[in-house]
Design a protein around this ligand. Structure first.
Ligand code: SAJ
Length: 448
């Protein structure tokens, strides 16, 4: 029961209201998913700009996947506001999808989780029985540590007046096949009955499996290690991409050969690891391990490999310029791509920023062309190219993001405009032989 509402009956007849707190890359598609699944939806964001943009039927995020699915503001069951208390008043289920970044000294920053919880719990009535679910990525223990003190502060009792749970977002920007209506979910809750109720609710949202996995910490841990494992796997190929060229072996040849084995998981070396998940979540696990006095040595080492990849690539680029008689303070480099990942317009934690800074600090000029990004996202040490056909007099082109628009560029005409025919494939996505046949001198991450 939530208030006088029998949740099971309500789930059956689609008469449930779900509040989504935080309408960013994860929250907005989640809110749209619940609307499409027949729920009454109350979307909340602290940003008036975000709310106004959505109420104009436009997409406030950089993820083009949701450009065309923003609901018409007059859609029944679709309510967007900056006021959390309205959502709490109208909803049986509140889902929190706020950012969980790391601070400049790489410590987890939980201020948004705490402030969203405070806005919710201060409005909840006693005996409401409402369910509050955290979806943001955190380390094991954060949901309880952040929210139970707030529940107590407002004189509420967990399990009576309000129930808390954790259901990690597994949203993958730019990947429809693993979108919010399809991806499998896990649910952790202090109370198995609440877990089962949430399994029923999320099973209306996604066609993927939904499992109650026990206490909240199990679900929190599952999410953070999913991304830790990915960071470690990428770090392995990035480390090998430093070793094999020194052995005069192309790492891509080695990885292609190894990938013929049935259980070899194929990852690709690159200029670095960006985004708001993979380079961030391991620091949550490192912090939690430190708190209990168990060193997370492998996780820390993998982070170091990936975090320094832009610097490794910088040193390789300097060697390329030197070998081709281009002096640093006269060099002019063109980045193809800036976004952290192919096919999305998202510059958060992009390795491009670290690579560009290393180059401009060495007096090398950097210009960037990334059609997926607005011009105002770039730092002031780079120039922005809006028309690739006007890109002239560069000494070296670096493919930083594997956007298809970069891969399928008119490389013939770009070559004519170059000062030197030098290209560096930072994502191993280019057809090296084809480019060499055109007259390009091709270098690449992990290639001798
Ligand atoms: N990257 C590599 N080599 C690889 C794979 C990725 O260098 O082999 C780089 C990418 O270029 C990017 C970064 O790592 O800079 C992260 O790439 P990603 O493909 O992991 O993309 P994300 O950050 O969008 O990760 C999301 C995550 N989804 C959720 O958190 C819900 C992650 O958990 C997923 O595993 C990942 O998508 C996915 O599977 O694509």
């Amino acid at each position: 029961m939530v208030g006088n509402l029998n949740l099971n009956d309500a789930i059956q007849n689609g008469n449930i209201s779900v509040g989504i707190i935080g309408l960013g890359y994860v929250g907005l598609p989640t809110a749209i998913g619940f609307l499409d699944a027949g729920f009454n939806v109350w979307g909340v964001d602290v940003s008036q700009r975000v709310v106004d943009t959505i109420l104009q039927g436009k997409n406030p995020t950089g993820d083009p996947e949701i450009d065309d699915i923003i609901p018409d503001p007059n859609t029944k069951k679709w309510n967007i506001t900056t006021d959390t208390s309205i959502a709490v008043e109208n909803c049986e289920i509140l889902i929190v999808t706020v950012p969980t970044p790391v601070t400049s000294d790489l410590k987890p920053d939980l201020k948004y989780v705490i402030s969203a919880g405070d806005n919710i719990f201060k409005t909840i009535e006693p005996n409401s029985g409402k369910i509050v679910v955290l979806e943001s990525t955190v380390y094991p223990g954060v949901t309880a540590q952040s929210w139970l003190p707030l529940i107590e502060k407002y004189g509420l009792k967990e399990g009576v007046d309000v129930n808390i749970a954790y259901c990690p977002e597994r949203f993958n920007p730019g990947d429809e096949a693993n979108g919010v209506r399809k991806v499998a979910r896990v649910i952790g809750s202090l109370n198995p009955k609440i877990g089962d109720t949430l399994v029923k609710i999320y099973s209306k949202l996604t066609s993927g499996r939904v499992d109650y996995v026990g206490k909240i910490e199990v679900a929190e841990a599952a999410k953070v290690i999913e991304n830790v494992q990915r960071d470690i796997n990428i770090a392995l190929v990035n480390e090998l991409a430093r070793i094999f060229p020194a052995l005069n072996i192309d790492i891509e040849d080695v990885l292609n050969a190894a990938a013929t084995k049935w259980n070899f998981h194929r990852y690709t070396p690159g200029v670095g690891v960006g985004g708001h998940c993979i380079p961030v979540d391991p620091y949550y696990m490192i912090q939690r391990a430190e708190q209990v006095g168990v060193p997370a040595e492998l996780i820390t080492a993998a982070r170091a490999v990936n975090r320094t990849m832009p610097i490794h690539v910088f040193s390789v680029l300097k060697d390329i310029l030197y070998k081709n008689n281009v002096s640093a303070n006269d060099a002019n480099i063109l980045f193809l791509g800036w976004s952290y990942k192919a096919e999305v317009g998202d510059h958060r934690e992009t390795p491009a920023e670290h690579l560009a800074l290393a180059l401009t600090d060495a007096d090398i000029k950097v210009s960037v062309w990334d059609p997926h990004l607005e011009n105002d996202v770039y730092p002031n040490n780079v120039d922005v190219i809006t028309d690739i056909n006007a890109a002239k007099d560069f000494d070296l082109v670096v493919l930083v993001t594997g956007h298809s628009i970069c891969i399928n560029l008119d490389w013939e005409s770009l070559l004519k405009n170059m000062r030197k025919p030098l290209v560096y494939d930072g994502r191993r996505v280019l057809d090296i032989t084809k480019l060499e046949d055109m007259g390009w001198d091709v270098y690449a991450v992990g290639k001798p």
